[in-house]
Design a protein. Sequence first.
Length: 160
Amino acid sequence: MFALLWIRSASGQGTFLFTWHGDSNIFQASFEVTGDKMQSGAVFSSPLFLSSMSVTNPLGQTYRRGDSSGYGSGSYVPWTLAFQLNDFQRSTELLIHNGEFANYPHRTSTEIREESFSGGGLFYERGFWTFSQIPEPSVPTLLFVGGTAYIARRRRRSRV
């Protein structure tokens, strides 16, 4: 049954996880978008995209957009990404934007910059994003697993 679930795993919602790969590996970051946002001209602006953006700086402090203290947008085709996350307690902001670096081998190149509100730079890193589809079981697989469990339970009750 588990093999069938694994084999038939499909994208129920078509969700994609983007993961940051920095040149110096000082930031850890990720965000999610739905499959419809991976099409040409579609804009990353969904609640999933905005609420899933998470970046951890080298000191272990995490920026998230859990309220209205940040904004962001982007698209996969053509690749664009712009995000600002604020931390008012520390008077810092995290800026993510396209990095159109000469001779950079990845089309999803981006840079992450952490600054104080007064403009002083704290941390900076160039890198790129990779993405993978988040596997989710398909509806037929879930129905099969549920039906099998129901039949097994009924058989067990009828024997007792």
